[in-house]
Design a protein around this ligand. Structure first.
Ligand code: HEC
Ligand code: HEC
Ligand code: HEC
Ligand code: HEC
Length: 477
């Protein structure tokens, strides 16, 4: 059975499949405990929805090709190649309309947006599609400041010929709210905000939604025709989700209040609190067992589907990603081969590699080899990403650091998260055995956090992680 959040297969509804702020992400790096996203999973989801919904309308809002307005000279070729893969997979999936974001328009002066034949939606332009006997119009709103008066007129015109008008924007959440206020005739505003997705919001008759960033989640907007010919506006139905989340918040608050009660509290007061908790729990169970029925008149529904690791991949998209991976070593070679890596300034240490440390610290080297840090390059090799310039920095030692290395072709003695990732470059220490700064005798949390960022190490906790990298021969007391 399909999970409750999945739309039911019927021909009474049009489906819009929404990605926002994809930012050129082809797939998650795989660093975290629960990696989300991947355009091959999206392509497979689209294929499945085509089977169940006929003609889903696929749209994207906001930065689509790039995660910044400019690339470093060394990563430019890889970034553009990745952007091309993303654009192609969406074209293959049959994308209907795309409002590019500021990074896309800035990057190389918007060269790729002009070159790629994706269905970019110009500012103020309208495109419509018919599905499930509904005409749905999308109007592009590229950037603030938008011109409310011009938009009001355009939306009114689009409304005459369509059942719903959706603004496909590159606006952040507050700007999207301002748009909904200024152009109240819009049925839906699709915002493009960074970070976690917002809960859908109603403003007057307008529904505002987004789908988060990096293609981790897909937004599914359903337009359900409804049994009765209702008003021209659309009702919104969330299956009781908002009420449920409010009740759950109240329950959590009630529970922490009970936990905080002093031991000698008046039993009557305690009973009152417990009664309230039971009451909330009962209301939640009722709502979960019997969600409110959908409205009779036409209505909108919005759900966010996380693209989880276990979801299937579209084979052809996967093949394109593999082909892209196979170009990484060539492109990084072209981009970095001629570079003179930055030398350590006079008097400052450079990197010598873990093996050299091991010549005096054999027990520490032997212990380090038992840790995951010693296999970080192997991890990239297995993923076909050894030459991906966006990965190599955290999975090797001294990449792009003075006295380190600056090209995947020149890793040499510095593969993996070696001794000097934590203790700092050690050429001077190895000669003098002195341990004064800048040599790092006792690496602390701040150092780990350079690589163990939230985005790449969601479970990182210094207290539990530190003991895992130490042991007999290396820092175990
Ligand atoms: C900001 C630093 C950083 C970058 C950039 C980075 N990683 Fe990681 N990666 C980590 C850290 C830290 C871990 C360990 C996370 C943990 O276990 O808490 C990790 C773990 C992994 C793992 C899981 C290894 C295992 O043993 O389960 C994979 C796979 C991986 N990374 C691949 C990649 C790929 C591919 C890229 C580039 C697309 C990349 N990483 C970029 C820091 C990074
Ligand atoms: C020529 C031998 C030699 C080499 C090569 C060498 N060390 Fe050392 N190291 C020593 C000696 C000897 C000490 C003890 C110095 C002292 O306590 O004053 C030491 C101390 C240390 C300490 C501090 C231990 C403590 O708590 O006092 C660390 C950490 C360390 N070395 C790491 C490294 C790393 C990392 C490398 C490679 C970059 C390295 N060493 C290379 C000889 C060496
Ligand atoms: C240069 C980047 C970098 C630094 C600095 C770094 N790590 Fe890591 N760490 C990684 C990467 C990459 C991995 C994943 C290696 C793999 O499995 O391929 C990892 C994995 C780990 C793991 C294994 C997690 C697991 O899944 O079991 C632990 C534990 C860990 N790191 C602790 C630390 C601690 C503690 C520090 C600081 C003292 C630290 N790391 C500093 C990059 C780094
Ligand atoms: C992920 C970070 C990390 C890596 C990689 C790492 N160390 Fe350490 N090392 C530490 C920490 C943390 C301590 C404990 C320092 C303290 O006392 O707080 C330590 C302690 C030491 C010490 C002093 C304690 C002892 O038992 O002698 C030496 C020597 C040392 N490391 C050498 C090495 C060598 C050699 C390598 C590479 C083979 C290496 N370390 C790799 C983090 C690291």
């Amino acid at each position: 059975m399909a999970p409750a959040s999945e739309p039911v297969l019927t021909s009474d509804r049009a489906l819009v499949i929404i990605t926002t702020e994809l930012r050129g992400y082809v797939a998650p790096c795989g660093c975290t405990s629960n990696p989300l996203g991947g355009i091959a999973k999206l392509a497979q989801l689209v294929a499945d929805k085509k089977r169940s919904h006929g003609e889903p309308m696929i749209v994207t809002a906001g930065n689509f090709l790039f995660e910044s307005g400019a690339s470093k000279a060394t990563t430019l070729e890889q970034d553009e190649a990745r952007a091309r893969v993303v654009a192609e997979v969406y074209r293959d999936a049959g994308v209907l309309a795309q409002t590019p974001g500021p990074f896309d328009l800035m990057h190389g002066g918007g060269k790729l947006v002009r070159e790629l034949k994706n269905p970019w939606l110009e500012d103020g332009a309208v495109v419509s599609q018919r599905a499930a006997e509904l005409n749905v119009a999308f109007i592009g709103v590229r950037a603030p400041p938008f011109d409310p008066r011009a938009l009001v007129v355009k939306v009114a015109l689009a409304r005459e010929r369509n059942d719903a008008v959706v603004a496909l924007t590159s606006l952040d959440w507050p700007q999207a709210r301002a748009l909904a206020q200024a152009v109240p005739d819009l049925d839906v505003v699709i915002a493009a905000a960074a970070g976690e997705p917002h809960a859908p919001q109603r403003l007057g008759g307008t529904l505002i939604v987004d789908a988060g960033e990096q293609g981790q989640r897909v937004g599914l907007l359903e337009l359900v025709r409804g049994a009765t010919a209702g008003s021209k506006r659309w009702a919104y139905y969330d299956g009781g989700a908002l009420e449920l989340s409010q009740l759950q918040r109240q329950l959590a608050a009630a529970e922490s209040e009970i936990a905080a009660l002093p031991k000698n509290v008046d039993p009557a007061l305690k009973n009152l609190q417990m009664g309230r908790r039971e009451d909330l729990a009962r209301q939640i169970a009722e709502l979960q067992n019997k969600p409110p029925p959908p409205p009779k008149e036409r209505y909108l529904r919005y759900s966010l589907v996380p693209l989880t690791k276990k979801m299937p991949d579209d084979k052809s998209a996967l093949a394109k990603m593999k082909a892209y991976n196979a170009t990484l070593c060539e492109s990084s070679k072209r981009a970095t081969e001629g570079l003179e890596c930055e030398k350590a300034p006079p008097g400052a240490p450079s990197y010598i590699g873990s093996a050299a440390c091991g010549s005096c610290h054999a027990p520490a080297l032997a212990q380090w080899k038992t840790t995951k840090h010693a296999h970080a390059v192997e991890t990239l090799e297995e993923a076909g990403k050894l030459c991906d310039l966006s990965c190599i920095g955290c999975h090797t030692t001294g990449f792009n650091a003075a006295g380190g290395f600056c090209s995947p072709q020149k890793i040499g003695a510095l593969p993996d998260v070696g001794c000097e990732s934590c203790h700092g470059p050690g050429s001077i220490h190895a000669k003098t055995t002195k341990t004064e700064a800048p040599f790092v005798k006792a690496p602390g949390e701040a150092l780990c956090l350079q690589c163990h960022t939230k985005e790449h190490s969601d479970l990182f906790d210094f207290k539990t992680y530190r003991p895992k990298i130490l042991g007999p021969g290396h820092g175990a007391k």
